[in-house]
Design a protein around this ligand. Structure first.
Ligand SMILES: Nc1ncnc2c1ncn2[C@@H]1O[C@H](COP(=O)(O)OP(=O)(O)O)[C@@H](O)[C@H]1O
Ligand SMILES: [Mg+2]
Length: 375
């Protein structure tokens, strides 16, 4: 196995701040593209901006680079206000979705491009180019023509060219989205490894929730110019603070629910189909908005019980309405008795256990600890 030697990183919270957004607003004419961004990104963090197209991810990233002026608020890098600092002297570098490399130059000319104004001997520069190429897995490719490279290799060249300047912050705007699925997954792993190796703060823009979950220390989920939730991947997945965030990240089932009582950090609820149960207050991470309430639960937190199988969890009967077979997994849509719409259940396929048919009556095991209350 390939392992990268690195010291165990300090916990995120205890690291110094690298980027700070203070109530950042941005207008394009009348259009309010950033609507009060407040966030802190730590030194050495792999941070992602995640959200649907048009929510303001690229705009926010460009305010760090200095490619975009802000209308009000402040952006600080390493403790310094950036208002009067032009892009070319900021300690940042950017890698774009389109491979912004020069096709008529060689790989090493591309990577060394940013060094042309720096001092140092040509031997020293050649050594740095070689080092950067090795970092991105392109050792020995220096003399090749850039236009002859594959998409994945071009993106590595773009990475090497950005890293050779040793920025404090590397900004990545959907750098993998033009690659096919297999190459994208391979580059995800390599980017994580690279970030650990160089220890630079990486800020990644992506609309791909899986990519953000796989790669990030923390993720800011954005909708319409605002950060809806900022948390580590597990918290975002297990404790989304709104239905909108829950829907954007993975699959979430929802059932109508009513709050009965609330005391001493416990909330008693009545859920359609599941009946009365009690949850911890931490399972209701969102703001209280009043009105209709619902609970959410992920497909893998439910288990279909087979004939004769017993459980220590609660169980609810239902009927299988749809079966989708994925090889390693099967997704079942099950209509629980007394519920208006089916819930999705994902079951790992175990050898010797048959895939069940549509129409089968079943019992579904669930636990109150897996519920999230939205309100
Ligand atoms: N230069 C610009 N002029 C006017 N509107 C812009 C400009 N750049 C972006 N926008 C608008 O701002 C919003 C956010 O854009 P962007 O930050 O590129 O979103 P994302 O990267 O999340 O897809 C979009 O509605 C987009 O149309
Ligand atoms: Mg964008």
């Amino acid at each position: 196995m390939n392992t990268v030697p690195h010291a165990a990183p300090a916990p995120i919270a205890s690291r110094p701040t690298m980027i700070e957004f203070r109530d950042v607003h941005k207008y394009y004419g009348d259009y309010h593209a950033l609507r009060g961004i407040n966030a802190t990104i730590k030194a050495g963090e792999f941070f992602s901006l995640l959200g649907p197209s048009g929510c303001g991810k690229t705009t926010l990233l460009r305010t760090i680079a200095g490619f975009e002026d802000i209308s009000s608020g402040a952006v600080l890098i390493d403790g310094k206000h950036m208002a009067d600092v032009p892009a070319n002297v900021r300690p940042t570098n950017m890698v774009f979705q389109s491979y912004a490399i020069f096709p008529h130059l060689t790989v090493e000319q591309n990577v060394g491009f940013g060094l042309r104004r720096e001092g140092g001997t040509s031997a020293e520069k050649a050594r740095r180019v070689e080092e950067a190429l090795e970092m991105v897995g392109l050792k020995g490719y220096g003399k090749r023509a850039a236009h002859a490279l594959s998409g994945g290799q071009r993106q590595r060249v773009a990475l090497a060219r950005a890293l050779i300047l040793k920025p404090k912050v590397l900004l990545l705007d959907e750098p993998l989205s033009a690659l096919d699925k297999k190459m994208r997954e391979q580059m995800q792993v390599e980017l994580i490894r690279l970030q650990r190796q160089v220890g630079i703060t990486f800020i990644l823009v992506t609309h791909d929730q899986e990519e953000a979950l796989v790669m990030s220390d923390r993720i800011a989920v954005m909708f319409e110019g605002q950060i809806a939730q900022l948390a580590d991947p597990e918290t975002l997945y297990r404790r989304p603070n709104s239905r909108q965030v829950a829907n954007f990240i993975g699959v979430m089932n929802f059932l109508p629910a009513r709050v009965l009582t609330e005391a001493a950090g416990r909330i008693a609820i009545d859920v359609q189909g599941l009946g009365q149960t009690e949850i911890d207050a931490t399972q209701a991470p969102g703001a209280i908005t009043g009105g209709e309430t619902s609970v959410g639960f992920r497909p893998e937190t439910l288990t279909m019980l087979y004939e004769g199988q017993t459980t220590t969890e609660r169980e609810t009967p239902g009927t299988i309405e749809e079966v989708v077979y994925y090889g390693d997994m099967t997704y079942y849509d099950v209509r629980l008795d007394g519920v208006d719409s089916p819930v999705r259940i994902s079951m790992r396929n175990v050898f010797g256990r048959p895939v069940l048919d549509i129409g089968t009556r079943t019992r579904v095991a669930w636990s109150a600890g897996a519920l999230v209350l939205f309100r």
